[in-house]
Design a binder for this molecule. Structure first.
Ligand code: LLP
Length: 431
C-alpha cells in the first residue's frame, strides 16, 4: 500500500497534488509520503510482534535525516555501513545501542569511532576485520560486541548485482571458518561474539530463500550450542522485495508466517535490517519533460532527471513505473493541447540530459502522448534513489520533500553551483 494515487485526473501524494509541489519546489524533486514510510515499518513490526525484534532500518536505502528521524521516533534502530552513516544515524537521534554496523571494508578509524560511540555490534565480514577490531578494542581498553556475518550460500533469486549470500559474493564468512572463529574465541580477549548475521540479497520476493538460509543457521546454532557457545542475537538482514511492476512479493504477514516458527526455535533476540521494504514505495521522483524528439528509429522523451538522480534503470535495467501527473507545468502548454491527446499513446524512451547513452529512466515504454512541460512521476523511487545519486555532469542533486499531515516539508535543499565546487582547491598562479 502506498499513498500515491490519482484523485480525478491528478496524481496526489497523500492529500497534496504532486504537480503543485513540482511547481513550488521545481524539478527534479523527490517526494516522500510520511504515512507510507511509517505504515511499512509498522506492518513489519506488527507481523513480528510476538518476538519483538529490533528493526534496524538500512540507512543506505535512503539516508535523509528526516527519513531516519521519522523511523527512529517509531522505535527503529539503524543498520549502517560506513563512518558517514554512523554520523547520520547519531545526528538523527538514534541511540548508539540500536545501531548495527556491516560492510566488508570497515577502516581502522571507522571501527574506532563506532567503538567509542558504543554501537550495539559490528557485523564482522572477515577474519582480518575481526583481528583489526580486536587490536583497536585492546588499544581503547574495551571489550567490543560483534556478530559474525555468515555467508550461507543460498540462492535468493534476484538480480545478480544484488545477490549477497552466495559463496561467489564478497560478503560474510563461510560456516566452516566461522566455526573456527568460535573455537578460538577465548583467545580473542577484547571481543565478545554476541550474535550471528546473514543478509542474502535484495528485492527478494519469496520467503523460500529466507527459510533455506535460516534453516542452515539453526543447524549451525545447534552445533555451536553443543560446543558450549552462547550467543544472544540472530540478525536476519533485509532484502524484502516490493512491487515495481508486476511482482507479487510476500507481504510482511506472509514473511512472518514462514519464518517466525523458525526464529522462535532459536530462542535468540532477533534483529532485521529492511531498507527497500520500508522506504521503496514511499517515494517518487518528479521530473519535467524538456523536449520530445523523434528520430527515424525512435521517439525520445527528454526529461530533466537523469541517471545521476536515479541510477537504478541504468545500473540494473530496473523497471520503474512512470506516471503522468496529468497537468502540464506551464499553463500555456496546458491550454494549447486538448485533453484528447491523453487518449493517444506512443512507445518512447524516457531519457535524461546526461551525456551517456545509458542515461534512461525507461525504454520502449508505452506512454500517453507527452509534451514539453508535462510532469512525470517515476514511481517506487524511495529506496536507492536519492541515496545513489551523484553530481555527474556537474548536476546539482535534487531537492527532497516529505508530505506529512497535509503539509509538504522541504527535507533537502537543491544543491547550488557553490556546493558543486565546495571542496575543490584552485591552485594559485600558473601551473
Ligand atoms: N543489510 C545489509 C547488510 C545490506 O547490505 C542491505 C542492502 C540491507 C540490509 C538492506 O537491503 P534491502 O532491505 O533494502 O533489500 N542498490 C540496489 C540494492 C542494494 C542493496 C545493498 N544492501 C538496488 O537499487 O536495487
Amino acid at each position: 500500500m502506498h499513498e500515491f494515487k490519482y484523485k480525478g485526473k491528478d496524481l496526489y501524494c497523500e492529500d497534496i497534488k504532486i504537480a503543485d509541489l513540482a511547481r513550488r519546489f521545481g524539478t527534479p524533486l523527490y517526494v516522500y509520503s510520511y504515512h507510507t514510510l511509517v505504515d511499512h515499518f509498522t506492518k513489519l513490526k506488527n507481523a513480528f510482534r510476538e518476538i519483538n525484534p529490533l528493526i534496524c532500518y538500512s540507512v543506505k536505502a535512503n539516508s535523509n535525516l528526516a527519513i531516519l528521524k521519522a523511523l527512529i521516533d517509531k522505535g527503529a534502530g539503524l543498520d549502517i555501513v560506513s563512518g558517514g552513516e554512523l554520523f547520520r544515524a547519531l545526528k538523527a537521534g538514534c541511540p548508539a545501542k540500536k545501531i548495527v554496523y556491516a560492510s566488508v571494508g570497515k577502516t581502522g578509524s571507522e571501527i574506532e569511532e563506532a567503538i567509542k560511540k558504543g554501537i550495539l555490534f559490528f557485523n564482522v565480514e572477515s577474519i582480518g576485520e575481526l583481528e583489526n577490531i580486536t587490536r583497536i578494542s585492546k588499544k581503547l581498553g574495551k571489550v567490543t560486541n560483534v556478530a559474525i556475518r555468515i555467508n550461507p550460500d543460498v540462492e535468493p533469486k534476484t538480480h545478480k548485482y544484488i545477490t549477497t549470500g552466495k559463496l561467489t559474493n564478497k560478503f560474510g564468512i563461510d560456516f566452516k571458518s566461522a566455526q573456527q572463529i568460535f573455537l578460538l574465541r577465548r583467545a580473542l580477549k577484547n571481543i565478545r561474539i554476541s550474535g550471528l548475521h546473514i543478509h542474502i540479497g535484495s528485492q527478494i520476493t519469496e520467503s523460500q530463500p529466507y527459510v533455506a538460509a535460516i534453516t542452515k543457521m539453526i543447524s549451525f546454532i545447534n552445533k555451536l550450542k553443543a560446543e558450549g557457545v552462547v550467543i544472544d542475537y540472530l540478525n536476519i538482514g533485509g532484502g524484502l522485495g516490493i512491487v515495481y511492476d508486476k511482482e507479487t512479493p510476500q507481504t510482511a504477514i506472509d514473511y512472518a508466517g514462514k519464518i517466525l516458527p523458525l526464529l522462535k526455535r532459536t530462542g535468540l533476540k532477533i534483529i532485521m535490517e529492511p531498507g527497500r521494504f520500508i522506504v521503496g514505495n514511499a517515494g517518487v521522483l518528479v521530473t519535467k519533460v524538456l523536449y520530445v524528439k523523434k528520430t527515424p528509429k525512435k521517439e525520445f522523451v527528454i526529461v530533466d532527471a537523469g541517471m545521476n538522480d536515479l541510477v537504478r534503470p541504468s545500473l540494473y535495467e530496473a523497471y520503474h513505473n512512470i506516471l503522468l501527473l496529468q497537468e502540464t507545468g506551464d499553463p500555456d502548454v496546458h491550454l494549447r493541447f486538448s485533453r484528447d491527446r491523453r487518449q493517444e499513446t506512443a512507445k518512447v524512451d524516457i531519457v535524461g540530459p546526461i551525456c551517456e547513452s545509458g542515461d534512461f529512466l525507461a525504454k520502449e515504454r508505452m506512454m500517453p502522448r507527452l509534451k514539453e512541460g508535462d510532469y512525470l512521476a517515476v514511481m517506487s523511487a524511495g529506496a536507492y534513489g536519492f541515496s545513489m545519486s551523484s553530481n555527474y555532469n556537474s548536476r546539482k542533486r535534487a531537492q527532497e520533500v516529505m508530505v506529512v499531515n497535509k503539509r509538504a516539508i522541504l527535507i533537502r535543499k537543491r544543491e547550488t553551483n557553490q556546493d558543486l565546487i565546495r571542496n575543490e582547491i584552485m591552485p594559485k598562479g600558473s601551473l
